[in-house]
Design a binder for this molecule. Structure first.
Ligand code: HEC
Ligand code: HEC
Length: 332
C-alpha cells in the first residue's frame, strides 16, 4: 500500500484546492470535515460507556437507546421513553455531528458534549441513576478499572472522566461524504437537476438564513414561528428556560439538517412526521411562504442529499459485572 501514498496526497491536495477555488467558497453550506485528532483509547472507552445500560438505574437504558446509531443517532419517536416507560418531554435530537453544535440541547443549556453527557445519567426521567451510583457500578467492574487506568494514566473513575470519554467518542460521529458535499467539493454530477433546483429554492426562499454552515444548522438560536405562531401542546419555552429573558421565548437551537432523512419525526415536539410536513411548516411559519407541491418535493429531494457516510460502529463487548456490582433496579 505504501506506493499509493504520494498519489493520495496529490488527490487530497487537489480536493482541498477544488474546495477553496470552486463552488464551495460562495456557498452558505460547508462540507463536513472528517473527525480531527481523536484520542483513540478515550474514544474506545467512551464507546463502551455509550452502549453500557448499566449507567442507568434499570440496567436497561443506554445512550444508544434514545440515540440509536443504527437509526441516524435518534429513536425516531415523537418524544423519548425514559426510566419506567416515562414519556419524555421533548424529541431526541441526533448525536450525529452534534460536535458541530454551538451548544447542546434544544435550548443550549449544556455548553458542550462533555457537560451534556452528565445530564441523562442522573435525569430521573431518562436513565434515572445518579453520578455516584454509576461510578460505583463502573468501579466494581475490574475490566473498566483497567480501561480507565490505560486511558487516563491512573485508575481513578469519576464523572469527569466518564463524560470526557463519551464526548471523545461522540466527536467521531461525524458524517462527511454526502452527495451534497461531493457537489460542494466540485463534482458537478453528484446532484441531479431536481436536487440542485431544490437547493436553489432552499437558498432563494431564505432557509439558509438559519440553516447554514457545515451542519446546515446548529450554530444559532432562532424563533420557532418567526412570521406566524407555531401551534403545539408541548410546554417547552426554548432558550427562555436558560436565560429567563422574554426575548428568548420559543427560541430553539436550529437543528442540523445533516442526515435529516433519517432523524424523523421533526421539531422539538416531534409533531412533523415527514420531511414534506416539516418543509411545509417551515415555509409558512418562518418565511410566510406556501410552497407548491413540486417546490416542496424539490426541497425534500435536496435535503436527502445531506445524508452522509455514516460512521461504521462495531458493537463494543462490555465486561461482565462482578459479584459486588450494584444490582440493576428495572422496576423501581
Ligand atoms: C431516555 C432517552 C435518552 C437517553 C437515555 C439519553 N438521551 Fe441524549 N437526549 C435525549 C433527549 C430527549 C434530548 C433532548 C433534550 C433537550 O434538548 O432538552 C437529548 C439530547 C442529547 C444531546 C444534544 C444534541 C443536540 O443537538 O442538542 C446529546 C449530544 C445527547 N443527548 C447525548 C446523550 C448521551 C451521551 C447519552 C448517554 C449518557 C444520552 N444522550 C442519553 C434523550 C436521551
Ligand atoms: C428563522 C430561522 C429559520 C428559517 C428561516 C428556517 N428554519 Fe428550519 N428550523 C428552524 C428552527 C428554530 C427549527 C427547530 C424548531 C423547533 O423544533 O422548535 C427548525 C427546524 C427545521 C426542520 C426540522 C429538523 C429537525 O430535526 O427537527 C427542518 C426539516 C427545517 N427546519 C427545514 C427548513 C426549511 C426547508 C426552511 C426553508 C423553507 C427552513 N427550515 C427555514 C429555524 C429556521
Amino acid at each position: 500500500m505504501r506506493s499509493s501514498f504520494p498519489y493520495l496526497i496529490v488527490v487530497t491536495g487537489l480536493l482541498t484546492a477544488l474546495a477553496t477555488m470552486s463552488v464551495c467558497a460562495q456557498e452558505p453550506i460547508a462540507p463536513i470535515e472528517p473527525p480531527a485528532e481523536i484520542h483513540m483509547a478515550k474514544s474506545a472507552l467512551g464507546k463502551m460507556l455509550y452502549f453500557d445500560p448499566r449507567l442507568s438505574k434499570s440496567g436497561y437504558l443506554s445512550c444508544n437507546s434514545c440515540h440509536n446509531l443504527a437509526m441516524g443517532g435518534t429513536d425516531n419517536l415523537t418524544t423519548s421513553i425514559g426510566h419506567g416507560w416515562q414519556q419524555g418531554p421533548i424529541n431526541s435530537p441526533t448525536v450525529l455531528n452534534s460536535s458541530l453544535n454551538l451548544a447542546q440541547f434544544w435550548d443550549g443549556r449544556a455548553a458542550d458534549l462533555k457537560e451534556q453527557a452528565g445530564g441523562p445519567i442522573a435525569n430521573p426521567k431518562e436513565m434515572a441513576s445518579s453520578h455516584a451510583l454509576a461510578i460505583d457500578v463502573l468501579k466494581s467492574i475490574p475490566d473498566y478499572v483497567t480501561q480507565f487506568r490505560l486511558t487516563f494514566g491512573d485508575a481513578t473513575i469519576n464523572i469527569d472522566r466518564v463524560t470526557d470519554a463519551i464526548a471523545e467518542f461522540e466527536k467521531t460521529l461525524v458524517t462527511p461524504g454526502s452527495r451534497f458535499d461531493q457537489w460542494l467539493l466540485g463534482d458537478a454530477d453528484a446532484l441531479t437537476d431536481n436536487e440542485l433546483a431544490g437547493y436553489q429554492l432552499f437558498k432563494l426562499s431564505g432557509c439558509v438564513a438559519c440553516h447554514n454552515g457545515a451542519a446546515v444548522g446548529g450554530n444559532t438560536y432562532q424563533k420557532m414561528g418567526l412570521v406566524a405562531p407555531y401551534q403545539t401542546d408541548n410546554p417547552s419555552t426554548g432558550r427562555f428556560a436558560v436565560t429567563g429573558k422574554d426575548a428568548d421565548r420559543f427560541m430553539f437551537k436550529v437543528p442540523t439538517l445533516r442526515n435529516v432523512e433519517l432523524t424523523y419525526p421533526y421539531f422539538h415536539d416531534g409533531a412533523a412526521k415527514t420531511l414534506s410536513d416539516a418543509v411545509d411548516t417551515m415555509g409558512k411559519i418562518q418565511l410566510g411562504k406556501a410552497f407548491s407541491e413540486p417546490g416542496n418535493e424539490q426541497i425534500v429531494a435536496f435535503l436527502k442529499t445531506l445524508t452522509g457516510v455514516l460512521p461504521e460502529v462495531t458493537l463494543p463487548q462490555l465486561p461482565p459485572s462482578a459479584a459486588d456490582t450494584p444490582q440493576p433496579q428495572p422496576f423501581e
